[in-house]
Ligand binder design. Sequence first.
Ligand code: G6P
Ligand code: MN
Length: 435
Amino acid sequence: MPLVYGALLGDHAEGRVTRVTLFDLDEGRLSAIARVLAEQGAGVPDAPVVTATTDLDEALRGADFVFSAIRVGGLDGRAADERIALAEGVLGQETVGAGGIAYGLRTVPVAVRIARRIAELAPDAWVINFTNPAGLVTEAMSRILGDRVIGICDSPVGLGRRVARILGADPDEAWIDYVGLNHLGWLRGLRIDGRDELPRLLADEEALNSFEEGRLFGAEWLRSLGAIPNEYLHYYYFNREAVQAYRSAERTRGAYLRDQQAGFYQEMGKPDTPALATWHRTLADREATYMAANREAAGIGERDEEDLESGGYEKVALALMRAVARDERATLILNVRNGTTLAALDADAVIEVPCLVDANGAHPLSVSPLPYHAVGLVTAVKAVEREVLAAAESGSRASAVKAFALHPLVDSVTVARRLVEGYTAEHAGLSYLRH
Ligand code: G6P
Ligand code: MN
């Protein structure tokens, strides 16, 4: 939220956002974040006015844009998602594999309820979904809101920016040929003045070793693929190593963030804590440790300095709002309904793809077709997402088991059954899976 508010503070053009309503179920969190925003806005004469409420309907009424970033079950829930999967020897990650399915099963029913309230109280609002697993949650909400909900992730932008930088190109001038599902996509080309510069990168060993995804996947594998995968594909292509690294870590990512956030809100409870500085420090620690287990598994050390400063989500969010509100055309990689973009998927499947955004919303641009190996992963994971949506709608345990069992990173139906047992025993938010 402070990142987004920071972006809004930098926008002084006519038609800019003038009012922000924060909504949270937890008063303590609301007042802590409100304090951070107050420090950010101090001295900015046209700073958007901030109010806060624990009443969703009040927050939604009259909104032009709704940002949805929720964490059903909190970070305790995320830590449990990881722990229960790892105990079965499979990956428990926030959005990937068994962990992502458990998180999706918990989140979809809540996201759907929010979408219904939006349809009722702010039917003309544009909804920007940050809630993970972002592709799945956007698809769930799109069944109610249609194309008025758009999902955002900063990982394709970050990848495009890193590749452009290595090639000596301006990321804003480059056309990035990227497509897939959220956290499951591939950069297959980067065009500058119509010329694809990716082959130049793939041919250059030193260049490949000088950015995050290059080091994570290794030059040889990237050349074999002829593409640069999203960093989350490390969980697929190096699954054993990633699971091993997750298992031997002192704490899982969720457990680390749970403790970190608890410390942050405790500090913010003291009246003389400098709010913005404390928030900045917390974010810096979070960024520095991002995907640490994967980097450990790949033996590649620390993240690059440039990757530590944020400049992803909030920029995409602001560019998206401007494009829609003022018809300032922009090309952004977003999570939207497929239409006819990927031939292997139906029109309603939410995919992640470059879109032309204008006052009429986000329109997916055409991209080159995916190779079979990528079609295989994309369709397998979409089938899993559809089972999650079916389970969330019907409460069917059989659908939940099918979701886990069909996932490429779950290796047995027996394991899938035990995962459903384990997750339903742990999470109150899964008690709807009754029959
Ligand atoms: C990336 C991903 C997001 C994720 C974020 C934070 O930006 O694209 O989906 O929410 O990292 O990850 P973390 O592990 O710090 O929660
Ligand atoms: Mn993401």
